[in-house]
Design a protein around this ligand. Structure first.
Ligand code: PLP
Length: 385
């Protein structure tokens, strides 16, 4: 088309899980949280809007200072893995990290950057830390937004195949990165496989990665039982951790994602943000997010329920002869001999439940199923082919 810029040609937009409106499906296709926000979140928004309606007409705090304080506090008190966070005892308002999730240092607000969903935050990360003079290294099957940003910012990419057992091939990823002096990004736990690297494995990556380049770890699903890399920030300035409120904090409809990294790296991302949109986190999102952080024990209970359902649904599928990867997330990735992923998806959809199928070569036999409530998983169990 004659009117559009040349760079439009390099765009290959991300395709999210379908959001049909023709029928009331049970949505288990976008890894959303099946539980509603805590009532205090709704209350906080309502009372902020009635007490200070003029705030909607004023620009919000561009630095979201109070929110970054609350996120730091939530991470310090949960260790970044809600499903294992120890419930507060009587009289205490906050959780404690499980022993294996102890951070060993304190996360401070200057280590945090917030944006309009982690998709936006990731786009700032790609702009801030990856260049067009060398490829960014990531796994072949991972969050499919990474190649989209490469097209958007004209960053070359090097996709490294997964191992035959679907785990990340960190040895080959490191070899590629060192060959070209490149930065790396991977999701941990990974999507859509659900498999996780241990913190020790992630630390080996950080130690062997090219000097002067970042390693980005996308922890969108870490609250459901992965091992967070947050404790590694103490000794690794090249580590950039991206997290989101969408999955574990029932916030996909509000949009809030954040980075945790060294304050110097955070300042660079602020520079990028302020060159694009000064106010990515609006007043309502900020108010709701602060209240969510304060209700971490509630979300920790929900994460535990999701983990419990995931484990029993995995056993169920295996009993029905499905091959199911060991998930550390709020979804499972499964296939069945003699049945295509498309076929499973289609039959489940006919019965009123949406799951996700990827036509991507290599994973086209699989379906990805988000973990819903107990009732939703019972219904799905009845109709799984
Ligand atoms: C869902 C998801 C995101 C995006 O989350 P938003 O905050 O809703 O934009 C980022 N990374 C991975 C791996 C995800 O699965």
């Amino acid at each position: 088309m004659e009117y559009v810029s040349k760079r439009l040609g390099s765009l290959h937009p991300y395709v999210p899980g379908e959001q049909p409106t023709d029928r009331d499906y049970i949505k288990l296709n976008a890894n959303e949280n099946p539980y509603p926000p805590h009532p205090s979140v709704i209350e906080a928004v309502k009372s902020a809007l009635s007490a200070t309606p003029e705030k909607l007409g004023l620009y919000p705090d561009p630095d979201v200072t109070e929110l970054r304080e609350q996120i730091a506090r939530m991470l310090n008190t949960t260790g970044g893995v809600l499903s294992r966070a120890v419930r507060p005892s009587k009289g205490e308002g906050t959780c404690r990290p499980a022993p294996e999730d102890e951070l060993g240092f304190e996360i401070t607000p200057d280590m945090i950057f917030c944006g309009n969903g982690s998709d936006e935050v990731l786009s700032f990360v790609f702009y801030s830390f990856f260049d067009s003079d060398r490829p960014v290294v990531f796994p072949e099957h991972t969050y499919s937004f990474y190649p989209v940003y490469c097209g958007y910012y004209n960053i070359p990419m090097e996709k490294v195949p997964l191992l035959p057992d679907w785990r990340l091939d960190v040895t080959s990823m490191l070899a590629k990165a060192n060959e070209t002096g490149s930065g790396m990004i991977f999701a941990n736990p990974n999507a859509p496989t659900g498999l996780a690297l241990t913190r020790k494995e992630a630390e080996q990556v950080l130690n062997a990665a090219p000097k002067g380049r970042v390693v980005v770890v996308d922890e969108a699903y870490c609250d459901f039982g992965g091992e967070s890399c947050l404790p590694l920030l103490k000794d690794h300035k090249n580590l950039v951790i991206v997290r989101t409120f969408s999955k574990s904090l029932s916030f996909a409809g509000m949009r809030l994602g954040y980075i945790v990294a060294d304050p110097e790296l955070i300042r660079s991302v602020f520079c990028v943000k302020n060159s694009f949109n000064h106010f990515p986190v609006d007043f309502v999102a900020k108010t709701a997010a602060i209240a969510s952080c304060k209700s971490a024990p509630y979300y920790a209970d929900n994460a535990r329920k999701v983990v419990e359902e995931r484990e029993s649904f995995t056993r169920f599928l295996r009993g029905k002869d499905y091959f199911v990867l060991d998930s550390s997330t709020n979804f499972v990735f499964a296939r069945k001999d003699g049945m295509s992923g498309q076929e499973i998806y289609r039959r489940v959809k006919e019965a009123g439940i949406l799951i996700r199928h990827f036509a991507t070569p290599g994973i086209e036999d699989f379906v990805r199923i988000s973990i819903g409530t107990h009732e939703q998983m019972e219904m799905l169990s009845k109709i799984m082919p």
